[in-house]
Design a protein around this ligand. Sequence first.
Ligand code: GTP
Ligand code: MG
Length: 396
Amino acid sequence: MFGRLKKTLSKAKEKVVKKVASKSEEEGEPEDVKEVETISPETEEPEEKPEPRPVAAEAEEKAKEETTKEDVEETREETVEEPEETEEEREEERKKLKKPGLKEKLKRVVTRKVTITEEDVKDVLDELELELIANDVAVEVAEAIKEELRERLVGKEVKGKSKIPEVVEKSLEEALIEVLKAEKDVDLFEIIEKAREEGRPAVIMFVGVNGSGKTTTIAKIAKLLKDHGYSVVIAAADTFRAAAIEQLEEHAKRLGVTLIKGERGDDPTAVAFNAVEHARARGKDVVLVDTAGRAYTDVNLMKELEKMKRVLDPDLVIFVGDALAGNDAVEQARTFHEYVGIDAAILTKVDADAKGGAVLSITKVTGAPIIYLGVGQDYDDLKEFSPEWFVEKVLS
Ligand SMILES: Nc1nc2c(ncn2[C@@H]2O[C@H](COP(=O)(O)OP(=O)(O)OP(=O)(O)O)[C@@H](O)[C@H]2O)c(=O)[nH]1
Ligand SMILES: [Mg+2]
């Protein structure tokens, strides 16, 4: 899953780290980190007690050299006073004189920092942008990731070479989370609970082009909700193909949930409306509405979905997109959002998706959060999505 995207991000990360690290070597202090880190004040002190007052003696010598005849007396006075210092005081003084050297050294290592500049990251970021586009990331999203990353990296002070990978990784993590963040969160269970409190079934419409995985995803969601104790009704509002109704009948039978269907060619909105009425009358919790998938350029489909949305006034419209379609899935989402309005997205076939482009792009383009990912053909192959989970997955 996301193998290619992982490689792209890891390559960019390594390049920035390498560049900044080489700069830190050029601009930093000599590599005395080890030496200094292993020296403690204790080990630097000589084991044995030094000769009495070598420092004071040295000072005395120096003073002697510098004194003139006139101030001899004064100097004598000073030297006369000195023997009165206790051994502890002298030890203290000796330490004081020694310590700055050590302190200075430590300070040199701690403050050895490097500031990341535009120059350091420009080429890598440009390259990353192009590689993201090659990974089916929408152009505007690749650009946004580049900018978010630039903002976080340029001007950042990194203290110590060993901190560089951490700083770069953190910036990348934040940049990706930023583009994956939706305008508002969508929680399927909260929505259902809210409708339940209002004494009515929650209505959820699934839209998307043909073959994107709507019917399979509805079956997965029906299983998830049933496992959580909710009663589910499925509306076979894809009356376009007879096989679509049969496919859903099979799922409903296996899952033990109610299916409301019409005949092939019936008005899809009427079928969905009947399902909602049925759920309301029987006190069911959720209605999952399967819709027909055609090309997203199909104006009739968009009109049909618009009408259904107007009549049903659903709690949630979920766009189902095939992650393998990459940028095309993003374009589909954009169109569905324009005509129908989508609240959330589910991307399917992510188990076979190496590029991760659609996952990275859909929210930024439509504002709708990804709530689940389809990761296989079984009912349980549904993964709850969060930007943090995704970022961890692609940066690990
Ligand atoms: N590997 C994998 N295959 C999936 C996933 N989701 C759906 N599929 C497969 O994709 C194909 C199409 O899925 P459907 O659920 O029929 O798609 P649809 O959107 O309902 O298609 P239409 O009814 O024609 O509009 C089926 O073979 C599914 O088994 C998934 O997450 N992973
Ligand atoms: Mg279908």
